[in-house]
Each structure stands twice: as structure tokens, then as C-alpha cells.
Design a protein around this ligand. Sequence first.
Ligand code: GTP
Ligand code: SPV
Ligand code: MN
Length: 581
Amino acid sequence: MPTPLERWVEETAQLTRPKNIHWCDGSEAEYHRLIQEMTQAGTLSELNQKEYPACFLHRSDPSDVARTEHLTFVCTRTKDDAGPNNNWMAPPEAKEKVGALFSGAMKDRTMYVVPYIMGPASSPYSQCGVEITDSPYVAVNMRIMTRMGKAALDRIGASDNYVKGLHSLGDLSPERRFIMHFPEERLIWSVGSGYGGNALLGKKCFALRLGSHMAKEEGWLAEHMLVLGIEDPSGRTTYVAAAFPSACGKTNLAMLVPPASQKGYKIWTVGEDIAWMHPGPDGRLWAINPEAGFFGVAPGTNSRTNPNVMATIRKNTIYTNVAVTPHGTPYWEGMDGPPPHEAIDWQGKPWTPDSVTKAAHPNSRFTTPATQCPSMSSEWENPQGVPISAILFGGRRASLIPLVYQSFNWQHGVFLGATMTSETTAAATGAVGVVRRDPMAMLPFCGYNMGDYFGHWLRMGQKLTNPPQIFRVNWFRMNAEGKYLWPGFGENLRVLRWVLGRVHGEVGAAETPIGNLPHPSGIDVTGLDVTSETLHELLTVDWKGWQEAIAGQKEYFQKYGERMPKEIWQQCEALEKRLGQ
Ligand code: GTP
Ligand code: SPV
Ligand code: MN
């Protein structure tokens, strides 16, 4: 008797007609064989093996370099269940339309069956998936990003309890590119893209879009959040989760290196992109990192901004769309030192510092194993997860949003998350630098109606007798000349220290209409190039600006009609009242 998985693989082969089928066991030998095959085929090239052992470069199709939100659909039975936050197609229509693209799509290609676990192998909160793909690049990246191979296959066994993901590169044409989610069937269909978030189906498609849908049904949270532990000089470790939109600083904060001035503090990384959080028997919220690797942004990464990741990506790393120097080492804008005199750019063309184009694509990335990161927490694979004391919501905003402030309570905290806005980045196709509403940094990733999602967050608060404190942060305030007001990166620890002080009831705050703000003395700026005027600007409530912001918040919430919880409207009205309108 074939197992349900064997039956699905067989059915899929009937549809896609691959030349052969390879079941991935996740072994190192298999990984190296796939790498070698890709190197021979020219889809991967070797970097300088002396300086960057076992590191390789992949150049993707120039039209396939970022997530494509307009081609991403949530196919629930009713349109309302997907909500105005998602593109929707009826499941039968989606199956017909995209099924036609899968028909014969793997002709002359190998079909890889990639079983994987999201989460530590022994965690009760982990879940299995299987991705069927015709891309060996996906197979090797999945081995870095998840617990892939035999352990997953053993866990799935003869059960039907896994998320099915079918992926084909198709012809890579954006006209025939679709990323389809069927949360009610725990099924993903992705065709026409080989790019990270579109193709590594365990990540955004499963761990967030399907995950958030499961989490609502089962009473937990699947979030676009990093998780870190802050060890203070007394040896006490406090865990914080933080939701920032794509390319807004999660990886950087997760592995922050305390500057010399912050003696006795240590930051321990649990996760840097996704958190699955469950209420524990103690009434606290416990988080696991469902991933096993980092798919991080290269540009702007250097040994000052993120020394831990620079150490991590020196071996066993796959680089995508970075430039290469004549020495065969990777290069991107904002790396250490001066740019090389010449390089080969991300499209394989000659480049010099005088070129008008960028050497690396702004969304060029590295895929690297978490185990190589010097700041990994000893708890990062704890099957129970880590207890979260604070949640930060942060965006990229040049104005209005203060450096940090705290919500009055859980409901107000949900409101702070729900009203998040951020300037768009190169992580998704489309214009960059446009302010858009991105509630909880989940706009592109919430697999159901966001009105229901806010309701779910509110209900979670009722379940937790000891909920995390909720904060908003913004590292990206600018002055009139477009210069950042706050130094960011390692110095963000100074803000985290205020958060710790609040969580442990050790520091005061000023109550304002938008929330509790630090007194200027609450943020230690000694030794920084931050004047008291600048600090004042970072911590001031712009009354007029906030009064004007309310209209935009209301307009956005109105889109969700009946699905919008009344508690959120109450928060809106209460803010309006506090601002004296
Ligand atoms: P995704 O992987 O897309 O989810 O991104 P992310 O949220 O992990 O962002 P990441 O940490 O990779 O940072 C993205 C960009 O923001 C990089 O170019 C960083 O150098 C920059 N960045 C991160 N933290 C800060 C900060 O505190 N201040 C400033 N000015 N820039 C930052
Ligand atoms: C993001 O865009 O938030 C990422 C990269 O982390 S991707 O995996 O492409 O979604
Ligand atoms: Mn991300």
C-alpha cells in the first residue's frame, strides 16, 4: 500500500511529467552532489574557496529577484475569508488556471521531493511539509533553511499530516507566475519563480500564510518576528520578539553586538524572521523559531552593522544576486571597505565604481545555516521555545513615529500593531520608499482576513494571564537633510534597555496620548553623537501629525467592514479623544 505521500508524489508526477524523481534524504553527500550538478550546469558558481569555503553564487533571472505580491493569492472558499488584504481566486478557478501551467512543466527535469520540518525536530509545536520542486537551487536552500530529509520523512511516515507544496520554475515568465495558497487544504502551488519567498515554500508560504491560518484555528500565533534574548549584567535573560517589515532590520537586531559602552550585556539569537508562539501553561507566550537558517539581505551588511552575520556567512553559504570581485569574493553595496576597482555585477556584467547601476541587486541575499552564527542562543532549539516578555512593532518611518513607546495594555498594543506603517523596500517588487499600512509587518503574509486576524490577537491576550508588554519602535527617523537621527544597529541596545526596564518595572515613563514614552533620561545616550535636541525630537509626540494620522487609520480599518473588531474602533476613538479632537 503506498503512503499518502507516495500517492501524492505519484499524482504530481502524472501531472508534471518529470524525467526522473529524486527523494531528498538531507545528507551532506546529497547536498554536495546537487551543488556539483548545478555548478556543472552553470546555475551556481564557485566563490573563492580559500576565503569563502563551500560558498557559491547563484544569479537568478533578472525578472525574478523579489517577492511578487500582486501574483500571490490566498484561495479560500469565500473571498471574504481571504479579506481585502489578500488577492483572491476561487479554488476551482485557481486549480484550473495554475494546473494548466503545471501540466508537463517538469518535462526533461528532475523532480525533487523535499520533506522538511518547520521547528526543532523534537518540538510539539513543529510541523512537517513536503515541497515537490524541479529546482535543485530550492532543494539545497531548503536544506539550509529547514530540517530537511530523513528526519522529516520519518516524522511524516504513513500519515497525511504535512503541508503539501508544489513548485515549478515553469518558464520563469512573470506572465505565468502564480503563488497560490489553499489554507483550507494545507496546500501551496507556486509556479514561474525561483526567488526565495516565492519558491522556498516552508518560509513565507507555509510558516506565515498557512501558519497564520492554522494558528487562528488552533489558538496560537505565526508571526513575521525575530526572537532574541537579552542577558543583562546580573545574568538575567529576557526574551523579546519583534515584528518589522521586510528589509527593516530583523536580522540585524536579532544578532546585535553590544557596543563597548554597554558593558555586561549580551544578545542571544533565537530567530531572525519568523516566530511561532503558543500560550504556555504558565500563562506566558512561548516562541519557537520554525527555521534552521537565515535568508538575509546582503546590501548594508558589514562588520560594523552586523559582525555576527559577517562571521556566519564565511562558509557553507549560498549567495544570490550579489556581485563578485576579481578575487572571486562576494561584494555588495555597503560592505566593508572601499568598493573593488572592478567586479562582475549581479547580472554577470562588468562593473566599476563609476557604473551608474548597482553592483549587487538591492534585494541580493545569502542563505546560511543558523548553527554557524556566533550569537545563537543555547535555547534556540528548545522544544518548548522561550518565554516572551516584550513584543516590539517597528517600521521604517522618516517622521512621526517616536524612537520607542509602550502601549497601555494588550488591547492598545494590538492597536499599535494594527496601525503600523512603513516605507516599502526592495524585498518586494514595486516602488521603494512609499509609506504603506503594514499591520504587524504581516500585510503580505497574513493568510486570511486581517479583520479576523486582529480579533485573533485580541482573543490571545485574554488567554494569556501573563502577556508580553507591547512596544512600538522606529530606528529610521530622519532630519530635514535626510540623515538618520538615531545611530541604530548595535546602539539599538540602548532602546532595548528601556524596554527591559519597563518589563521588569524598573524605569518610569511619561504618559502621552499615543502611549508611554521614555523620559529623556530613560535612554542612555552617553558617548553617542546624539544631542539632547535630537533625543527630544526622537521622543516627542507630534500632536498635529497624530491628529492627521487618525483619518488614514480609520479609512484603512473601514476596508475590513464587519470583520473589524469593535475593540479596535474603540482604540481609535480613545486615541482621538486623548488627542483632544
Ligand atoms: P527581511 O529578511 O527582508 O525580512 O529583512 P530584515 O527585517 O531581516 O532586515 P535586515 O536586518 O536584513 O536589514 C535590512 C536593511 O536595513 C539592511 O540594509 C540593514 O543594514 C538596514 N538596517 C538594519 N537595522 C538598521 C538600523 O538600526 N538603522 C538603520 N539605519 N538601518 C538598519
Ligand atoms: C522578506 O521579504 O520578508 C524575506 C525574504 O524575509 S523572502 O523569503 O523572500 O520573503
Ligand atoms: Mn522577512
